[in-house]
Ligand binder design. Structure first.
Ligand code: HMG
Ligand code: MG
Length: 364
């Protein structure tokens, strides 16, 4: 129904920053994560463990993870941090740090009942079998993301990993130097070890609605097949990505129908729109109508993939939050705080703020 809550996965610190040419100071990246954590967002992709030769801007992601492990950012709701990685090497680099933390704090929380999230959102993080599950402190959170107490509260964050492949062979080669089949082979050891350790795994499928190398007509059945493979391997969620922003309302509907016809549960899907052609909000409404309740976005509309020439930023988180609230669907995110972050980070990067709703909110 239109009252359903929507979960936003904030990918600004990762997708938003990875394509910036000038090295962004670690302190700015950490401040971005800390500020986002205070808005009521439940999920933040905070960095990636990829080759520094391929994506130099993400080379200090390990220091961001170290910082979060040492000093959990204050947040009104418990936060899940996602870490993007392409292979075992990246996973090992992640694990070295993640293992070094003392984990008993996570066991100190009673296992929450398998009910929906604080705002009735998808229960992705509340699986009762998961040792890394969301602490039950969730229940104290206000649906509109207001902080409990002036300083907010801090809960033990949950960490998850994100793996990524793509719907076309050319894009997969350009982005990860392997074929689609090889990318799946790389994921197998990552997946089995992650499961062993109780880490959830999200899997991205890039260029699902258009490829910079193979053109706008990507076969939706190919995307669905890949999604099924990834879920069968153990992925907890598939993020279907319109990397190039070539998606349109009819193409989005067609893709979602193909995913449904392949037997994929809509609760296992997230949609990841880039706004290159200004279609991201329209496509998001189509996805909502098909029952999708998890969406990726980047504050200020930051972003772009270094291996997708010409593609611009992710849909702005502020614009999605405004859209969902306008439809009576809670996100738990504080729009004013979020808008201030979009303005601040844009200025830090010397770019214009790409969020219409963010700018309008600040102008009020
Ligand atoms: P490769 O060069 O074929 O790797 O790159 P390799 O296995 O041959 O190893 C070469 C060297 O890289 C070795 O070091 C490895 O140790 C090292 P050397 O012996 O030469 O010193 N290496 C690594 N170092 C750190 N971390 C690692 C790692 N792996 C190998 N994980 C590889 C293959 C996949 C590593 C490379 O292509 C890569 O890192 N690609 C990532 C590119 C990227 O960051 N793209 C953007 C993210 S995806 C995206 O934005 C899309 C998304 O937002 C959704 C959407 O919108 O579409 C998710
Ligand atoms: Mg992206």
């Amino acid at each position: 129904s239109s009252r359903d809550a929507v979960r936003i996965v904030e990918v600004g610190p990762r997708d938003g920053l990875q394509n910036e040419k000038k090295a962004i100071p670690l302190a700015t990246k950490v401040e971005l994560v800390e500020r986002l954590a205070r808005t009521g967002l439940q999920t933040i992709e905070a960095g990636s463990f990829v080759s520094p030769k391929w994506t130099p801007q993400m080379a200090n992601s390990s220091q961001i993870l170290e910082h979060i492990l040492r000093n959990a950012p204050q947040s009104p709701v418990p936060i899940t941090y996602q870490w993007l990685l392409p292979n075992v090497k990246g996973f090992d680099n992640f694990l070295k740090l993640w293992n070094a933390q003392s984990t008993p704090a996570q066991d100190a929380y009673p296992t929450p009942p398998p009910s929906p999230g604080p705002d009735g959102g998808p229960a992705l993080n509340t699986s009762s079998q998961d040792p890394n599950a969301m602490p039950s402190a969730t229940s104290g959170a206000d649906a509109m993301g207001k902080e409990r107490g002036a300083a907010g509260s801090t809960s033990a964050p949950v960490h998850e990993i994100s793996i990524f492949t793509a719907a076309t062979e050319t894009f997969t080669q350009k982005n990860t130097n392997c074929s689609i089949a090889e990318s799946l082979q790389r994921f197998e050891p990552v997946m089995s070890k992650a499961k062993e350790m109780g880490l959830k795994v999200r899997a991205y499928i890039s260029v699902a609605l258009g490829c910079p190398y193979e053109g706008p007509d990507v076969d939706p059945h190919k995307v669905a097949e890949l999604a099924v493979d990834l879920l069968e391997m153990g992925a907890n969620e598939i993020s279907v990505a319109d990397t190039t922003g070539m998606g349109t309302a009819p193409k989005t509907a067609e893709l979602l129908k193909a995913l449904n016809a392949a037997g994929i549960d809509k609760h296992d899907l997230a949609l990841h729109f880039h706004d290159t052609y200004g279609m991201a909000l329209v496509n998001s409404v189509v996805a909502l109508e098909h029952g999708i309740r998890t969406f990726d976005a980047a504050v200020g509309g930051l972003g772009g993939c270094p291996y997708s020439p010409g593609a611009t930023g992710n849909v702005a988180t502020e614009d999605l939050v405004h859209l969902f609230h306008s439809l009576g669907m809670p996100t738990g995110v504080n729009m004013e705080k979020l808008s201030e972050i979009g303005e601040w980070i844009s200025a830090e990067l010397g770019k214009s703020n790409e969020s219409s709703a963010g700018k309008a909110t600040l102008a009020q």
